[in-house]
Structures are given as C-alpha cells and as structure tokens.
Design a protein around this ligand. Structure first.
Ligand code: SAH
Length: 255
C-alpha cells in the first residue's frame, strides 16, 4: 500500500502522530526533497529504502511504488505541508488506481498555517474578513483566466500566495491593479517553522522592495490583508451576550 503523508511546514515535530507512525513503519519513503525537512527521515526504520523525488519524474516515482507493492511492502509518499495544496497527488493517485495499488492520505499542517502562527495572526477576523483566498501568481504553471491575481484581489479578503515569491514585482502590481491599497498590510514568511524562518512585515506597496532587500526568492509565502492590522471586532462566539449551542447568554451586566 502507498500512504500519502503531509510532512508539515518544516519543524519535524509538526507532522501528525499518524504521519509519524506511518514513517516509522515504512519500508520505503519517497520524499519531496526540495521542501520536506530531512530531519523527518531519522524516523525511518533500519533498512528503509529512501528516495528524494526532487530528482525524479512521475514515472520514476510510480516505478518505485509498483516495485514495492509487488514485494508486499509499504511506501510512504511524503509531501510538504498538506498534500492537498499544490501537492501534485491527484496524478499519482490516478496512476495508482490504474495499477490497482491501494493508497490513503494523511493530512498535514500546511505552510499557510505555519506562516499565520509565525505572525500570531488570524486570517478570519470579524469585521475585517471572513474569507481566505489561497492562490498563486501564474508562472510556468498557468492560472485559469477567472482566477487571475488582479481579479482575486478585487475581493479585498485575506489572501495567501504560494509559489510566488520569485515574482514579487508582478504580484505587487497585480494586487494594486486589483484594488488593494498600497498601505494594505502584507507579510513575507520565509521557511515558516524552520530554524531559519524569517518574517518580513511590509505593505502591498513595499512587497517587492522588502523582498529584494531581504533576498527572498523562494520557499516563502506572501500574506496580504487587513487581518495583519490591529483593528477588528470582538468575536460573537465568546461574547457573554451571545447564546451558542454550548453556552447560554448571560444577562448584560448592570452599570
Ligand atoms: N503542500 C504545501 C505547498 C507546496 S507548494 C503546503 O501545504 O504548504 C510549495 C510552496 O509552498 C513554496 O513555493 C512556498 O510558497 C510554500 N511553502 C512551503 N513550505 C513553506 C514554509 N515552511 N514557509 C513558507 N512557505 C512555504
């Protein structure tokens, strides 16, 4: 069987308990070497066959999975963050279906959660934004016409951009063209949760300059939106005058 496992954003102790257990039991680990922390491989058992998929094609990855399956072995396919975001797992799963090889998927902590934690930020602040757009700037992989960055920017929501830190000037121009103000808060989070994590707070208007000054070209997320500001409304959930399924509202206090 093949187990797709989300490795988490970087810090090795941010893998899930289930993911760690699968890693410890695996006969073979194929890990995305460009972003998965190699410290996780220390969990591998003696004799585990380890491959770095950064230097492999899809066909080569499948060859290893097929060989392991034929020998009755367990393979872990270790993807960075959570594999459901920019993980290229669908094509692997479809190929496994064609070969009748069973698989399952263990979620991981995505880097957009790691980046929010690095900033002590909440994407969904009442009165500020209740939506998060997760997207990327079109690069070598195109983005559908309806999802071009400038049109996504029109919503003015909280936004996280993956795979875009090498295109900061273009990102900045598109965000401004779409309608974010130049002084809208922004942040660049490089290698969230890794020991060399770097957090750069800036604004939409200074994204490109600040990124260049700090030498940011890859392994970074761009966070945009007023959620990075200090103004918001208090949440209803914990408001004493708000009844929920679990708690009865108390009478407003007399002055
Ligand atoms: N599935 C992954 C994303 C893979 S795409 C996830 O859920 O996080 C690779 C992109 O993710 C990188 O180009 C970068 O934009 C982002 N990324 C991955 N790990 C990161 C980290 N620790 N810090 C900042 N960005 C990261």
């Amino acid at each position: 069987m093949v187990h797709f496992v989300g490795a988490g954003p970087g810090a090795p102790d941010l893998i899930t308990l289930r993911g760690a257990e699968l890693l410890r039991k695996a006969d073979c680990i194929i890990y995305a070497g460009s972003l998965v922390n190699p410290a996780l491989l220390e969990m591998a058992k003696e004799g585990c066959e380890i491959h770095n998929s950064a230097a492999m094609t899809l066909e080569e990855v499948l060859e290893v999975m097929e060989r392991m399956e034929a020998a009755g072995k367990e393979t872990v396919r270790l993807h960075t963050g959570d594999a459901s975001l920019f993980g290229a797992i669908r094509e692997q799963m479809d190929a496994l279906d064609e070969r009748d090889i069973p698989y399952d998927d263990t979620p991981g902590v995505s880097s957009f959660c790691g980046a929010a934690a690095a900033l002590n930020a909440e994407y969904t602040l009442p009165g500020v934004s209740q939506s998060l757009i997760i997207t990327r700037m079109a690069g070598r992989t195109p983005v559908p016409e309806k999802e071009q960055l400038a049109s996504m920017a029109q919503h003015g929501t909280s936004m996280v951009l993956f795979l875009s830190s090498g295109l900061l000037r273009k990102v900045q121009d598109e965000l401004l063209r779409g309608g974010y103000q130049a002084d809208t808060p922004a942040a660049i989070v490089y290698k969230a949760t890794w020991p060399d994590e770097k957090v750069i707070r800036c604004t939409v208007g200074t994204l490109a300059r600040r990124g260049a000054e700090e030498g940011i070209r890859k392994t970074a997320l761009l966070l945009i939106g007023d959620f990075l500001d200090s103004c918001y409304e208090r949440s209803r959930l914990y408001d004493p005058t708000f009844t929920t399924e679990f708690r009865q509202a108390s009478a407003p206090k007399k002055q």
